[in-house]
Design a protein around this ligand. Structure first.
Ligand code: FES
Ligand code: FES
Length: 239
């Protein structure tokens, strides 16, 4: 839709320029009319700049004005009521507001898996999950896997098989592996399952484990031991 200023400019231009040139003579602009038209355009654009700037300011202010929501995050069995900026990621809610720093921020872009947690039993990248969307859900982080002093079987397997070096990716690897075992138990298939044609209760081969853990990057390259740990945990976890 044209703004009033644009309409004025268009009308003035209509007065200045021929509607439909029918010949070279008609189409020719005299130097005088050209300069007049250019002057009108320049004045119009210049007059419009403050309006544009004001609109941009309004947009910027709207984008930076926080909108908050009060929500309840059930983390490792404990409900926490928080009032958060609606743009807060689940990862930031856990780390910055609940001081649960086990989940790591590797990339903050859904590329490394260091922030993996379980949301109603399913693995998610918490850096890509808005905290408001987890309202009321059961969230399990690495801090909630052990039962007292008894490690979760996947944690024990990672220890037993040296499935880490610096340990930065390890909370995400372990949460991912816990979900992987549940997915396998429920006959969830992977690309490897289809490639091998093994689509009914596929055996959890090393290739299956590698494929199913491919969302979790380890910059230390501890992959062989991670696979060994998941393989061992799979044998120890009832299916
Ligand atoms: S921090 Fe979430 S995927 Fe990397
Ligand atoms: S153990 Fe260091 S990043 Fe995986």
């Amino acid at each position: 839709m044209s703004s009033p200023r644009c309409t004025e400019i268009e009308e003035n231009l209509d007065d200045t320029l021929p509607d439909h040139p029918t010949s070279l003579t008609d189409a020719e602009l005299s130097r005088r009319s050209f300069v007049k038209a250019a002057g009108i355009l320049t004045a119009g654009v210049a007059a419009g700049i403050p309006d544009l700037a004001a609109a941009e300011d309004t947009q910027a202010a709207a984008a930076t004005t926080p909108h908050t929501a009060t929500l309840t995050l059930k983390v490792n069995g404990t409900p926490h009521t928080l009032t958060l900026d609606t743009r807060t990621s689940l990862l930031d809610a856990l780390r910055e507001h609940l001081e649960l720093t086990g989940s790591k921020k590797g990339c903050d872009h859904g590329q490394c898996g260091a922030c993996t947690v379980l949301l109603d039993g399913r693995r998610v990248n918490s850096c890509l999950t808005l905290a408001v969307t987890a309202n009321g859900a059961e969230i399990t982080t690495i801090e909630g896997l052990a039962q007292g002093d008894t490690l979760h079987p996947v944690q024990a397997a990672f220890l037993e098989h040296d499935g880490f070096q610096c340990g930065y990716c390890t909370p995400g690897q372990i949460c991912s592996a816990v979900a992987l075992l549940k997915e396998h138990k429920h006959n969830t298939l992977s690309t490897v399952s289809f490639e091998t044609g093994n689509t009914t209760n596929p055996e959890l081969t090393d290739n299956e484990i590698r494929e199913r853990m491919s969302g979790n990057i380890c910059r230390c390259g501890a992959y062989p031991n991670i696979v060994a740990a998941v393989r061992a945990a799979a044998k120890g976890v009832s299916a």
